[in-house]
Design a protein around this ligand. Structure first.
Ligand code: URA
Length: 269
């Protein structure tokens, strides 16, 4: 009898062929892009079709340095991310790198730079259903080191910088990140002044998945990390352009793939 599929991701131990590493974009269309980038630098072929694509969960299986690596999209935000990470962990994945995009909140961070998250402010809801709010959402030290080593190797040739620090991870893009250009044009009192407070506390950026990912990885005793490409800066030019999106995305992908290589090689050494 075929081994059972996990409910949402439509994957089984058999279909993932023993993969223990996962790159996690938010956007399902980014899974193919990352698979293509891996094929380009590791000489493989991108499969015609993903292993599975159900709802926001689009998964490819690729090889990096002889190890099987899943590229599995999480969708946007904590609830869908928690499902992806939980189901991948059930299948035996032990190392997770989120590859996403972000809005910077510090003046010195430019569009096209990347942010490596060492810990997240847990402004999500999903992580609270796995561990109490006092529990830290921190990156695993080996994944963090690999991301920093990778960024040191990759970013100079991309002519952009990287930043390592704390990320605010929210459940909403508009209200939770204090944007007034929403339907309501109003930010509830609890969030008014949030961005300035986070800025004063040296938080670097906003995104929507790292708090959930890092809390779950720590709670499960697994390894997690997060790299995001900067596609907007809330203190300078808020409007996110297609060009900024592609640049931020591409830079984060380069750093994440190289970091995965380093983690796979270090496990073997
Ligand atoms: N993702 C976010 O959550 N916020 C941004 O500003 C950009 C990307």
């Amino acid at each position: 009898m075929a081994p059972p599929e996990v409910y949402h991701l439509a994957l089984s131990e058999k279909t993932i062929a023993g993969a223990q590493y996962a790159l996690l974009p938010g956007d399902p269309f980014r899974s193919a892009l990352i698979a293509g980038a891996i094929a380009k630098c590791h000489g493989g072929m991108v499969p015609d079709r993903p292993l599975a694509h159900r709802r926001e969960y689009c998964t490819y299986l690729m090889d990096i340095c002889g190890a099987k690596v899943l590229i599995a999209s999480t969708g946007i935000g904590g609830p869908s991310t928690s499902i992806a990470v939980d189901e991948l962990a059930q299948l035996g994945v032990h190392t997770f790198i989120r590859v996403g995009t972000t809005g910077a909140i510090q003046d010195s961070i430019e569009i096209g730079d990347v942010v490596i998250t060492n810990g997240s402010v847990r402004l999500d809801g999903a992580s609270r259903q796995y561990a109490p709010i006092e529990y830290p959402a921190v990156a695993h030290h080996e994944v963090l080191t690999a991301l920093v080593d990778s960024a040191n190797a990759v970013m100079p040739s991309l002519k952009h910088r990287f930043h390592v620090g704390i990320t605010a991870s929210t459940d909403t893009f508009y209200q939770g990140q204090e944007r007034r250009e929403s339907f309501l044009h109003y930010v509830p009192r609890a969030f008014q002044g949030l961005t300035e407070e986070l800025r004063q506390l040296h938080v670097l950026n906003y995104e929507m998945e790292s708090a959930t990912l890092l809390t779950l990885c720590n709670a499960f005793g697994l390894r997690g990390g997060c790299v995001t490409g900067v596609i907007g800066n809330r203190t300078t030019a808020e409007r996110i352009t297609e060009h900024a999106l592609r640049r931020g995305e591409e830079h984060a992908i380069q750093v994440a793939i190289k970091a995965m290589e380093l983690l796979i090689q270090n496990r073997r050494a």
